[in-house]
Design a protein around this ligand. Structure first.
Ligand code: SF4
Length: 720
């Protein structure tokens, strides 16, 4: 008798959660997904997975998924369900009306790292070719934009220099501002495997994360810095390398600009970066700084992996440049086992960066001001393009508050929940005359939207993702799109409704266009990826099946040399005071993903039903706060209410929370400070105070929070 539970079909696709980009075999029965099996041939995961990709897929079929387009004249009106044609026509009419009244540059677009490369590319094409301006940004603005800036300026490409498996040849692993065992679990397991084989581990992080100590792994050196002192700490490590002459002179002479190296030595070698000066300021033993520097420089193979704990600072780009400088000075680039590697948070942040979803560059990081580049896009797209860089998302929001920016197409993003200074974002949204939101669910931003396009999840469409190691993998349609169209089709139809005629017979044709216009993707195609499984860019005639390790011979800069950037430490303006004596920093937990839009709609919620505030007993006791008490967290920008979790993971003076639940509103307290170069918000440092309260005063704040059920600081072991 046939097994009624046996899957009928399976499709190989890529997990859309984190930047590891695990391959999965999605099995279906009766047109519904019944199981996700980690794909053994997946080159990013080799058959491993974590609890998110394996089990948190049900969100696609959640009862509150929007399946019909909707419009409304005002944000105070109820939504009206309409046909797709009516939604496209209404949105197009509104954006065109706004442009006619307020000017071509009064509107813009935002794309998301949850979307495929093809969709991200089409949304920036929508802004440039259809709206006629460069007002296009993506959510990497608020996470890894400093990576692009910092690495481009030092080693030439804003991307990981290695493939994940390269870590198996590292002797020393330095993790800075990242917690891979929770944020990138499959890579975290690979890292632990290497540490069990004998590699040394240095962790620079304010918190004793699971990466610092767990059953399978312990850091040899943990520099538990005060939030906001990254740059001083990295300069101090460089100080030891310079003063003790631990640098690789032969590498620097052969591969770098020597005069810039000398300038850099002059800066970091100064007395103000001595461990005895930086250590007390950062809350770290100076001898530990010296030990970390000697360990890293000694290698022989030392690899750096870093995350948002580096980038989301007012000196985020400077912190990234510090890491580029360290790699160059010690010759830790250009071979297996070394490198400087951003651990991208979302599944396609790297793709979001590569595919031109920025106001100043086309795909392949080429400037809109460059005539030859612009002409190549004009020839392909059949329109003339604006040579003036457009507005970044924070600038679009500022302009909306000021009254000059009036409309926006937002695909797969929730700026009201994700972006800093929520009150400012809401004021901007309320000032716009047409916000077109393209998403799966009604979210915080939908409260201020006028048109809603119901999108398709990654399980309902074709395309590609580029993971944290530059690996381009196929996203394949597992089930039919619930609202009728794949996301790339929706954007194309919106373009057509706006009067720009273009068509593609498949997402593969969009990738073909990307390949024609983007040098690093020149060899990419569905056919290639279907044949070899996945390929890391650059993929071109010189590397027809992609490139695992970058910078082997030269750096992709005009003269081929690595550049040392001057990285003076400038303390953040966000300071503690008598009124706000603690520093709040934020992070993620294994079972949940970012703001939880997907994972909170799955059974994974049982592991993390609420965000809590980790606080050291030394800070809790004088405030009368006990474990699981309600507390109010106040900053100069707002207040939130959470339960407290007494924890020795944070030092006295530092408190920590996750941001997976909308009701927690963590961004209501974060400052509006941002990275000096890229506007990436300073999410990781906010001066706060914490007081005990008897019960939450915000409606819904305790929703889902069941005393005795929540496991505040509990980490689950990822599958290895
Ligand atoms: S490690 Fe990342 S990509 Fe892999 S299954 Fe987990 S969330 Fe998905």
């Amino acid at each position: 008798m046939p097994n009624p539970l046996k899957p009928e079909k399976s499709v190989v696709t890529t997990c859309a959660y984190c930047g590891v980009g695990c391959g999965f075999k999605a099995e279906t029965r009766g047109g519904k997904i019944v199981r996700m099996i980690p794909w053994k041939e997946g080159k990013a995961n080799h058959g491993h997975s974590c609890i998110k990709g394996r089990f948190a897929y049900d969100y696609y079929n959640a009862p509150d998924r929007v399946r019909t387009p909707m419009i409304r004249a005002s944000i105070n009106d109820p939504w009206t369900q309409v046909s797709w044609e009516e939604a496209f026509s209404h949105a197009a009419k509104e954006l065109k009306r706004i442009q006619a009244k307020y000017g071509v540059k009064s509107v813009g677009a935002v794309s998301s790292s949850r979307c495929t490369n093809e969709e991200i590319f089409l949304v920036q094409k929508f802004a440039r070719a259809v709206l006629g301006n460069n007002n296009i940004d993506n959510c990497a603005r608020i996470c890894h934009s400093p990576t692009q800036f910092g690495l481009t300026n030092t080693i030439g490409w804003g991307a990981a220099s290695q493939h994940f498996d390269s870590i198996l040849q590292a002797d020393v692993i330095m993790v800075v501002g990242a917690n891979p065992t929770e944020g990138h679990p499959v890579f975290g397991s690979l890292m632990k495997r290497r540490i069990r084989q004998g590699a040394k581990l240095i962790v620079i992080d304010p918190r004793r994360t699971e990466t610092v100590k767990s059953a399978h792994c312990a850091a040899d050196i943990h520099l538990a810095i005060r939030p906001g002192t990254n740059v001083a700490m990295l300069d101090s490590i460089a100080h030891v390398i310079v003063r003790e002459k631990l640098y690789n002179e032969a590498f620097v002479r052969a591969r770098c600009e020597w005069n810039e190296f000398e300038n850099w030595m002059g800066l970091v070698g100064s007395d103000r970066y001595a461990p005895e000066v930086v250590g007390p300021m950062a809350g770290v033993d100076p001898e530990d700084i010296r030990a970390a520097a000697r360990l890293y420089a000694g290698g022989p193979n030392s690899a750096i992996y870093y995350g948002l704990g580096v980038t989301e600072h007012s000196q985020g780009s400077t912190g990234v440049m510090c890491l580029g400088n360290l790699g160059l000075s010690c010759g830790m680039l250009g071979r297996e086992g070394v490198g400087v590697n951003p651990l991208r948070g979302q599944g396609n942040v790297q793709g979001g960066s590569c595919l031109g979803s920025w106001p100043h560059v086309f795909s392949g990081y080429r400037f809109v001001t460059d005539d030859a580049t612009r002409q190549s896009f004009e020839a392909e797209w059949g329109v003339s393009l604006d040579a003036e860089p457009g507005l970044r998302l924070p600038n679009m929001l500022d302009a909306a508050v000021a009254g000059s920016f009036k409309g926006m197409y937002v695909m797969g993003e929730d700026p009201v929940q994700s972006d800093p200074n929520q009150h400012h974002v809401i004021a901007a949204m309320k000032n716009m005359e047409c916000v077109v939101l393209h998403d799966l669910f009604l979210n915080e931003t939908s409260k201020y939207a006028h048109v809603f396009f119901p999108g398709s999840s990654s399980l309902e469409k074709d395309g590609t993702f580029t993971n944290a190691e530059r690996r381009v993998s196929r996203v394949r349609k597992v089930v039919e799109p619930l609202a009728g169209y794949e996301d790339w089709e929706i954007t194309v139809k919106f373009m057509n409704a706006m009067g720009y005629q273009t068509s593609y017979s498949s997402a593969g044709e969009v990738l073909d266009e990307i390949a024609r216009l983007s040098p690093a993707y020149r060899g990419m195609s569905f056919a290639l990826i279907d044949r070899i499984g996945s390929a890391q860019w650059p993929c071109d005639e010189n590397a027809p099946e992609g490139t695992e390790v970058l910078h082997r011979v030269k750096f992709p800069r005009a003269n081929g040399l690595g550049a040392f950037m001057l990285t003076e430490y400038v303390p953040t303006a966000e300071r503690t005071s008598d009124q706000y004596p603690l520093l709040l920093t934020t992070g993620r937990i294994l079972t949940q993903y970012n703001v939880g839009t997907q994972t909170r709609r799955t059974a994974n919620s049982m592991w993390h039903p609420e965000d809590v505030l980790e606080i050291n007993a030394d800070d809790a006791a004088p405030r009368g706060v006990k474990d699981r008490d309600w507390v109010r967290i106040s900053s100069r920008f707002g207040q939130i209410e959470l339960r407290a979790a007494l924890s020795s993971r944070v030092n006295p003076g530092v408190v920590y929370t996750t941001f997976h639940h909308a009701k927690s509103k963590a961004n209501a307290v974060t400052s509006d400070l941002s990275d000096w170069a890229t506007n990436c918000p300073e999410y990781k440092v906010t001066a706060v105070d914490v007081v005990r309260i008897s019960a939450p005063t915000v409606a819904g704040a305790d929703e889902g929070a069941k005393p005795g059920v929540a496991a505040p600081a509990k980490e689950l072991e990822p599958a290895e």
